[in-house]
Design a binder for this molecule. Structure first.
Ligand SMILES: NC(=O)c1ccc[n+]([C@@H]2O[C@H](COP(=O)([O-])OP(=O)(O)OC[C@H]3O[C@@H](n4cnc5c(N)ncnc54)[C@H](OP(=O)(O)O)[C@@H]3O)[C@@H](O)[C@H]2O)c1
Length: 336
């Protein structure tokens, strides 16, 4: 497959638009491009390399002659249409949660487990956006000094909930500044000048919400660390784009902040932002629009006198490395 025929399901969404942009700027070889979404978007046009492409409603028959399909239209749509894409002979790269934990579906972050791509049976899953950004910061440490325990608190942006949530944050903030009432329609709570526990249902058996459960399971699967002990608190914050997170890791052997910083500094896709003199550390505004995951505040965890724990602060554009960029990187590996 030199230049594949490509389709994007969910092309009009926050992730879909970024997939188009990433394919363009990485000069991904595209023989033909099919843009698919719901009936609401049929007839709209989106530009790719300066040429307009008309969006079509996705149908079971949409995938004839397509080689690679990026799905980013939610898990329900992936479950409904990915089998049709697969049956038509296409390779599916799925951004949704539909197949991530299936035993025969590789869950891939190319910098970590690219070799897993070869084991696909027609579907390759792109991990949850928090799991990808976190794993990028964890892996350079874990591969040399295995992490035994991870405590994570997230600061997740509106863009993680899609284009409509980004619009709601903007509108709610404008209304609050103007002293107008605003009734949230996309997210369950007032978003301007507020934050709230992630808007996924709580599992009464574990006390974890849906996002936290995904992060725990997927981080273990990506790093092939099934016994990793993980505690996660996922919180939605009024940031437009890019997720941030505080990570505390306990390793098998003692580790110094200097060692962790050196390992992170040489990791592909990671940029150390750790200027203690100027108090300049990873921020979502600086991660937004960039490919790298920013890692800083690298310090010893004073609560662990054994010297085996370090704390980090991380920010990454979850529409890029957490979704579109990672998916296109997988497609690039498929072509190799
Ligand atoms: N946002 C993130 O940071 C992120 C990160 C990783 C993974 N993901 C996953 O990526 C997927 C898309 O997320 P998003 O943030 O891009 O959401 P979004 O902005 O809400 O976009 C949703 C896309 O799905 C399409 N769609 C919705 N209902 C459909 C239907 N019935 N049939 C066909 N297409 C339909 C929409 O088309 P219309 O415009 O026609 O409605 C739109 O193109 C989700 O599975 C999400 O979990 C998101």
């Amino acid at each position: 497959m030199n230049a594949p025929n490509i389709a994007i399901v969910g092309a009009t969404g926050a992730v879909g638009i970024e997939i188009l942009r990433v394919l363009e700027r990485r000069n991904f070889p595209v023989a033909s491009l099919k843009l698919l979404a719901s009936a609401r978007s049929a007839g709209k046009t989106l530009a790719f390399k300066g040429k307009p492409h008309t969006v079509e409603e996705v149908k079971p028959t949409s995938f004839k002659g397509v080689d690679i399909v990026f799905f980013s239209a939610g898990a329900t749509r992936s479950r409904e249409f990915a089998p049709h894409a697969k049956a038509a002979g296409a390779i599916v790269i799925d951004n949704s949660s539909a197949f991530r934990m299936d035993g025969d579906v590789p869950l891939v972050v190319p910098e970590i487990n690219a070799a897993a791509i070869r084991q696909h049976h027609g579907i390759i899953a792109n991990p949850n956006c928090v799991a990808i950004v976190a794993a990028m910061a964890l892996w350079p440490i874990h591969r040399r000094n295995p992490i035994r325990r991870l405590i994570m608190s997230t600061y997740q942006s509106a863009s993680g909930a899609g284009a409509a949530a980004m619009a709601e944050l903007t509108q709610a903030t404008a209304a609050a500044l103007a002293g107008r009432d605003f009734a949230p329609a996309v997210l369950p709570h007032p978003y301007a000048f507020n934050l709230f526990s992630h808007n996924t249902p709580i599992d009464p058996a574990t006390g974890a919400n849906g996002e936290e459960t995904k992060v725990i399971n997927e981080t273990r699967k990506i790093m092939d660390a099934p016994t990793l002990r993980v505690s996660v608190t996922c919180v939605r914050v009024p940031v437009l784009r890019a997720h941030s997170m505080a990570l505390t890791v306990e390793c098998a052997e003692p580790i110094t902040p200097e060692t962790a910083r050196a390992w992170l500094a040489e990791a592909p896709g990671v940029r150390v932002v750790d200027d203690t003199l100027r108090n300049h550390f990873p921020m979502p505004v600086e991660a937004s629009g960039g490919d790298d995951v920013l890692v800083g505040r690298i310090r010893a965890d004073a609560s662990d006198p054994s010297g085996r724990s370090v704390a980090l602060f991380v920010a990454g554009d979850q529409l890029l490395k957490g979704a579109a960029l990672n998916a296109v990187q997988i497609a690039e590996r498929v072509l190799q």
